[in-house]
Design a protein around this ligand. Structure first.
Ligand SMILES: Nc1ncnc2c1ncn2[C@@H]1O[C@H](COP(=O)(O)OP(=O)(O)O)[C@@H](O)[C@H]1O
Ligand SMILES: [Mg+2]
Length: 313
């Protein structure tokens, strides 16, 4: 090959290489663009849509991104934030509902309590003296008047669940035993109730008594005379728990979310205020009342802080 042919050959190759580059580069850039838009653009769009939905008020929004990369970790954090916001909003709505219920209750209680006391006073004066059918009717009237008084009282307490006395150590085992006796006193047909374990909390004994009374009474009513109720007290360093379980029919899945709503009841003579009040009191102490999963029957748990929490901090 002559020298000029060699130069021409090199020149042609260089030209081919340059052409290859010029055509390949956009393709390469396109491939990178597609990769980036799949790997980053898609998840970013999902995150953006999620943020927009949350911004529009839909706090149930969750982002479905599985994986170990940074964007999936960001999505998991986003979901945790959305769940926390949702819980926070539920609490706010609940406390706002309770506060407005309380304002109504205070007015109603004021107007109703005085005539109710007069009715109850006259009834107790005359009931012992009247026999036969009239006596039975008076007993029935008294029972219903007492029920009205209890409803008004429970509504008032629901609006003011915080204790008014200084915090004291509360022996939850002893309190549970007292509560079981109190439930037996108002329920002659109460089932067998066993108390086990030990633990103490810091709070108001009178308020915790109300919580446990409502839980044990519900459990005894559900279990029926032939059933059984177990009250188990336990505690770790920071929290005491009282678990009340029964052998009753359990709570249907579609009602589980509603049992803490004020006035939700499935009983013909229920007020539907017991669990709402129990939860409001426990939360005012920095604890809670929760419905737990039970294989059969029902299990409620009172969580009570062992140190100062809730209203005292
Ligand atoms: N241990 C239980 N077993 C089955 N259902 C229960 C139990 N405890 C509560 N419930 C359900 O929750 C509802 C609300 O309870 P509560 O607030 O105490 O009101 P009430 O006892 O007046 O109905 C009850 O009517 C019942 O349907
Ligand atoms: Mg009840």
């Amino acid at each position: 090959m002559t020298q000029s042919a060699a130069v021409e050959d090199r020149w042609r190759r260089t030209l081919q290489l340059a052409l290859g580059f010029a055509m390949g580069l956009p393709l390469f850039a396109l491939a990178i663009g597609v990769y980036l838009s799949r790997a980053i653009g898609g998840p970013l769009a999902l995150l953006g849509e999620g943020a927009a939905r949350i911004g529009a008020g839909d706090l149930r929004t969750r982002i479905d991104l599985q994986g170990q990369d940074e964007l999936s970790v960001l999505a998991a954090r986003f979901n945790a934030m959305a769940a926390a916001l949702e819980q926070h909003q539920e609490r706010l709505v609940r406390s706002e509902k309770l506060a407005s219920l309380g304002r109504v209750a205070a007015g109603v209680a004021h107007e109703i309590n005085n005539p109710l006391q007069v009715i109850l006073g006259y009834l107790s004066l005359h009931r012992g003296r009247v026999e036969g059918e009239l006596g039975q009717h008076l007993a029935r009237v008294e029972g219903e008047a007492v029920r009205c008084r209890d409803i008004v009282e429970a509504m008032l307490q629901l609006s003011r669940p915080s204790p008014t006395t200084p915090p004291e150590p509360v022996d939850l085992r002893q309190l549970s035993q007292e509560v079981v006796e109190a439930v037996r006193a108002v329920m002659p047909e109460a089932p067998e109730v066993r108390v086990a374990g030990a633990g103490d909390a810091l709070g108001s004994a009178a308020r915790y008594r109300q919580v446990l009374f409502n839980l044990v009474k519900n459990a005894a009513e559900a279990a029926g005379p032939a059933g059984r109720v177990d009250v188990a007290v336990e505690c770790d360093r920071e929290v005491a728990r009282v678990v009340v379980s029964d052998t009753g029919p359990g709570i249907p899945p579609d009602l589980r979310a509603r049992v803490f709503e004020p006035f939700f009841t499935t009983k013909s003579t229920g007020t539907g205020l017991g669990l709402a009040l129990a939860r409001a009191i426990a939360q005012a102490h920095g604890g809670d009342v929760e419905l737990e999963d039970a294989g059969a029957g029902t299990r409620f748990c009172l969580r009570a802080p062992r140190g100062l929490g809730g209203v005292w901090t």
